[in-house]
Design a protein around this ligand. Structure first.
Ligand code: PDD
Length: 289
């Protein structure tokens, strides 16, 4: 089983077999909660503070109160790794819901949030990183607050499932032809040596890896434009790539079965991948273990 046995629940630690939630739980019944996924390399978090900051922003946006401070929560998450003797590449899943209460759309009064976090193994997908992946395109039918990392993922789940059924890795989502992001990652187009991606508005999740890519581009003197591109721009792209905590930076080489450029990962994508490996200190961390 890839989930490690010790789970952080309600700001303490418990064995995964002892975690029980009632059926009247607001995350289950309303999707009334927020979550984070954080990458782990060789038993250490990557971009931990960035994820914790976003978690608090998401919780505040939906008026869920987290009783611990950011520092306390950060320490609990670090302790979770130690308690599980985690030394491999993996990921953390953390979720906070508005709590357990009789089903009613109105917020319950004086009910504590339910919070839990667990870790599991997640080896890097070196085949996809090396060769690139194919994606499909789908209409973005999500709500208007996609910057909140909320539990309501049904449109994302349906889009990803369709991608999978068509032998693809991801679905690029578009609103009226303008590309927003993918079902569980951000997406970028490269044209004439410049990177284009949807601005960090309410319509996309402000990815932690996206934030780093902007910095890598700056360091590499590659222009990074927060400027949307359309579905029609895709066949003319020199490169396309996507990013997320679990995927890292993956080249996209086919869209709706159409080849992008020469069908091989491009030079800009490769430079960003190298910058990522360095930033996440993947080689250094592997030597420590
Ligand atoms: N997904 N956009 C969406 C819709 C996402 O769900 C994600 C992350 C991202 C990338 O964000 P980040 O770089 O912070 O991981 C963009 C996570 C991995 C998930 O739901 O599994």
């Amino acid at each position: 089983m890839s989930v490690y046995p010790i789970i952080m629940a309600q700001e303490t630690f418990t064995h995964r077999d002892h975690l029980t939630y009632p059926y009247e739980e607001r995350g289950l019944q309303f999707g009334d909660g927020v979550y984070e996924v954080i990458r782990i390399y060789h038993g250490e978090y990557y971009l931990l503070n960035e994820h914790v900051d976003r978690l608090y922003r998401s919780a505040e946006a939906v008026k869920i109160k987290i009783t611990s401070t950011k520092e306390e929560l950060t320490n609990l998450l670090i302790e979770l790794l130690a308690r599980n003797d985690m030394t491999t590449d993996g990921k953390l899943y953390l979720q906070i819901t508005r709590g357990s209460a009789p089903r009613d759309h109105v917020f319950p009064v004086d009910v504590p949030a339910n919070i839990y976090a667990y870790i599991s193994d997640a080896p890097r997908n070196t085949t996809n990183l090396e060769n690139g992946v194919s994606v499909i395109t789908k209409r973005d039918v999500r709500w208007e607050y996609c910057y909140i990392k909320s539990l309501n993922l049904l449109p994302n789940v349906l889009a990803k499932q369709e991608a999978k059924e068509q032998g693809s890795y991801e679905a690029i989502l578009h609103k009226d032809g303008m590309v927003t992001e993918c079902s569980s990652s951000n997406v970028y187009l490269v044209k004439d040596g410049k990177i284009y991606t949807h601005p960090a508005t309410y319509q996309i999740l402000h990815g932690c890896v996206r934030m780093r890519i902007e910095q890598f581009a700056k360091d590499l003197s590659i222009p990074f434009h927060e400027e949307g591109f359309s579905i029609e721009d895709i066949p003319l792209a020199d490169e396309l790539f996507l990013s997320s905590s679990t995927s890292e930076i993956i080249p996209i080489v086919h869209v709706d079965s159409q080849q992008i450029a020469n069908g091989k990962p491009g030079n800009v994508t490769r430079q960003l991948q190298e910058a990522y490996v360095e930033d996440a200190a993947i080689k250094e961390r592997s030597m420590k273990h």
